[in-house]
Design a protein around this ligand. Structure first.
Ligand SMILES: Nc1nc2c(ncn2[C@@H]2O[C@H](COP(=O)(O)OP(=O)(O)OP(=O)(O)O)[C@@H](O)[C@H]2O)c(=O)[nH]1
Length: 408
């Protein structure tokens, strides 16, 4: 079995308990000393991409944009190697009131360039591989929806919880913007009252204390009259296909600060793009397919195999799992339920592009928006570690992910 780049001697997380000094002065490119309860740890831009990561990815230094100053340069050799090269899921905004997440100003504005896709053509931008498609889409049912104010610049989203006839997991649709409706949620239930509808989120407009009707009154033009903010829902305006991310659950990358993968960073980046002013919102389909569908326990075994020298694909195969055990029929069905026919998909994964279109192209991917790791773009907050370098390398070399260092 070939040994790739897993390195068990990689520095581990620093102790969170010993280093916080509230009186410490922060210099511009220094790691700020943060209180121990502060999880996302910023690291200086000067450590943006280690030479080690670039070598691992067989990428020449000349492919890094030259506009960085020496101080900002990702290639600055004199970085403090005693600091661990990892950050927790990179841009998870802090939940502690009054603490701002440090972010590079450009990182908050950057929008990756979309690439047109036509999966019906052989060179339509999503590889040649035939996806694993279900013959029939599963049945999905949105059982409840709620408004969630977020820590991303005050943006609100609507969290939709789904059940289905394939498994008993609670898959989610995270909807930014308030014009996208779920057909199954809005469908009347036998014997339900208006209060039942309000409680399960089948209302238009916004809730406010004392509201009793699930539908907002309409004016003479047929437009919904907004009482408490939000957009008109019945206005007949043709919009661009929405931005969609199909995200597979990753407990380690999204919750416990793992720098083995970039899942937390990707989730944050998708939410950031859908929250940008003028973005038109978007949908994150959050599927409970932990560990590319093998579950958390098996993924942890795979991590041990990776520390023993396997790459991410080899580790899955050694455990007698497919390299990728996921399917996307639920995502297709949920997007259909949310009234979508055409989408712009945020991904580098060619399998995902084809698979989400469904057995009869129920959904059409018009464009693919690449997900370029923040660290490759020299941005503060990107995940850096030898492990994430190997993880991305395996995705590109063995799983056909459409990602090149030139994308940076
Ligand atoms: N089995 C296994 N699963 C992993 C590993 N690292 C991350 N994952 C899982 O992979 C899933 C995320 O998949 P990604 O490959 O990052 O994303 P993708 O959906 O294939 O591609 P993108 O859309 O381009 O991000 C999550 O369920 C993670 O838990 C690993 O080493 N082994």
């Amino acid at each position: 079995m070939p040994t790739l780049d897993s390195n068990p001697s990689h520095p581990s997380h620093p102790s969170h308990s010993s280093s916080w000094n509230p009186n410490h002065d922060i210099e511009s490119d220094e790691v700020p000393q943060l209180p121990p309860f502060y999880s996302p740890r910023p690291i200086p831009v000067s450590r943006a991409i280690s030479e080690l990561d670039l070598n691992t990815l067989n990428i020449s230094n000349s492919s890094i944009p030259s506009h960085h100053s020496h101080r900002d340069s990702p290639l600055t050799p004199d970085h403090d190697s005693s600091l661990p090269g990892l950050v927790s899921p990179a841009f998870t905004p802090p939940s502690t009131p009054g603490i701002q997440t440090p972010s590079h100003p450009a990182a908050t504005q950057h929008v990756p360039k979309p690439i047109p896709v036509d999966s019906s053509a052989p060179n339509g931008g999503c590889g040649q591989k035939k996806p694993k498609l279900l013959k029939k889409l599963p049945e999905v049912n949105c059982v409840v929806r709620a408004r969630i104010p977020t820590t991303i610049s005050g943006t609100e989203m609507y969290l939709h919880l789904y059940t289905n006839n394939e498994d008993n997991k609670e898959h989610l649709a995270i909807v930014f913007g308030n014009t996208i409706r779920s057909t199954s949620l809005d469908r009347p239930r036998d014997g339900e009252t208006e209060m039942d509808r309000l409680i399960r989120g089948a209302y238009t407009g916004r809730l406010y204390p004392g509201r009793t009707a699930s539908k907002m009154p309409e004016n003479t033009n047929g437009n919904t009259i907004e009482k408490a903010g939000g957009e008109n829902l019945t206005e007949n305006t043709k919009k661009d296909p929405p931005l969609v991310r199909i995200h597979s659950e990753c407990y380690t990358g999204e919750t416990v600060w793992s720098a083995r993968c970039d899942c937390g960073e990707q989730l944050d980046e998708a939410a950031r793009l859908m929250s940008l002013p003028g973005s038109g919102g978007g949908i994150i389909i959050y599927l409970r397919q932990e560990g590319r569908g093998i579950g958390l326990g098996e993924k942890l075994k795979a991590y041990n195999l990776q520390d023993l020298g396997s790459d991410t694909v080899e580790a899955n195969l050694l455990l007698r799992h497919p390299a990728d055990a996921r399917s996307y029929g639920l995502a297709t069905a949920m997007l259909q339920d949310l009234g979508q026919e055409e989408i712009r998909l945020l991904t580098n994964n060619p399998d995902k592009v084809r698979a989400v279109e469904g057995p009869n192209r129920e959904i059409v991917v018009k464009e693919r928006v690449p997900m370029i790791p923040l660290a490759w773009r020299g941005k503060t907050g990107g995940i850096r570690s030898q492990e994430v370098g190997g993880y991305l390398k395996t995705k590109i070399e063995k799983m056909g992910h459409m990602l090149q260092m030139g994308d940076a």
